[in-house]
Design a binder for this molecule. Structure first.
Ligand SMILES: Nc1ncnc2c1ncn2[C@@H]1O[C@H](COP(=O)(O)OP(=O)(O)OP(=O)(O)O)[C@@H](O)[C@H]1O
Ligand SMILES: [Mg+2]
Length: 254
């Protein structure tokens, strides 16, 4: 117990404190914009509040590899977006230390009209890489993503698995402080998944990269992560060693 108490604040890369996320959903369907504005002016527009996350708290230490599990629509992606700073929580706070490489939505940070090469520079810039850095690492990205002949093809002609390959290759070309992977690997084939797992494992061994990993492939979560957090319909159901949490998660379907 004593060593837990001695963990300094800055040993945590992520501190989620009592986070609640409320989305406003229109309580009736409106057919057009005119109707929307008339109702808005007349104060007849009503919203239903929807709580996607309720009072969620957890901390992640630097170098920890944490899986997030939960059934569809439970709030996993919402939680990751709050951590990545894409969404502001309605209540509570989220503190993050270090730079984040977020792989949250497939194709986010890409332009379908541009070629793969151009997208590598665009996405790299969004991650804070300089042009010189990408120049120096372009071949490494192409090799990892196995793009070779497709490098100058517009991204709109790529399969989703190929887009995922590029996204993962760019985000992991250097060691980020925090790597967030939201189902990005699931569209990749088994060979690419292995390759990504290997790279993540490499980060894990370095001990410096904090990884948040979401996948519906529970065996994959168990292979990669040490700890798992189960979020179910907006509530934090369980947080503990990956084996125990995944076992409980699987048991709910029995
Ligand atoms: N921008 C939004 N506006 C309204 N509701 C939203 C918004 N984003 C998410 N939600 C709702 O919040 C809930 C949680 O969604 P979220 O995408 O976080 O689930 P998830 O656990 O990632 O699910 P999945 O396993 O299917 O990816 C869902 O009911 C979803 O409809
Ligand atoms: Mg999701």
């Amino acid at each position: 117990m004593a060593d837990i108490a001695q963990v300094a604040d800055n040993d945590y890369s992520i501190e989620v404190d009592d986070v609640t996320m409320i989305f406003n959903m229109a309580s009736e369907s409106l057919t057009n914009l005119k109707e929307y504005f008339i109702k808005l002016v007349r104060h007849e527009l009503f919203f239903k509040e929807f709580r996607a996350l309720r009072n969620i708290s957890f901390k992640v230490r630097r170098g920890e590899v944490v899986g997030l599990v939960g059934t569809n629509g439970s709030g996993k992606s919402t939680m990751l977006k709050i951590i990545a700073g894409v969404l502001e929580p309605s209540e509570g706070t989220c503190r993050v230390r270090g730079n984040i490489a977020p792989l949250i939505e497939l194709g986010a940070g890409f332009d379908p009209e541009l070629t793969a090469r151009e997208n590598i520079y665009l996405n790299g810039a969004l991650l804070g890489y300089t042009k010189e850095f990408i120049d120096a690492n372009l071949q490494g990205i192409i090799d990892f993503a196995e793009l070779h002949d497709f490098i100058d093809m517009p991204l709109k002609n790529f399969s989703s698995g190929m887009v995922a390959r590029i996204a993962f290759a760019i985000a992991t070309i250097t060691e980020p402080d925090i790597l967030i992977v939201d189902e990005t690997l699931s569209v990749g084939d088994v060979f690419f998944q292995r390759k990504c797992e290997e790279r993540i494992r490499h980060f894990i061994e370095s001990g410096d990269v904090t990884v948040l990993f979401v996948s519906h492939d529970i065996e994959q979560v168990e292979r990669i992560c040490q700890r798992a957090i189960w979020i179910e319909k907006g509530d934090l159901r369980m947080d503990g060693p990956v084996g125990e949490v995944c076992e409980a998660y699987r048991n709910q379907f029995r």
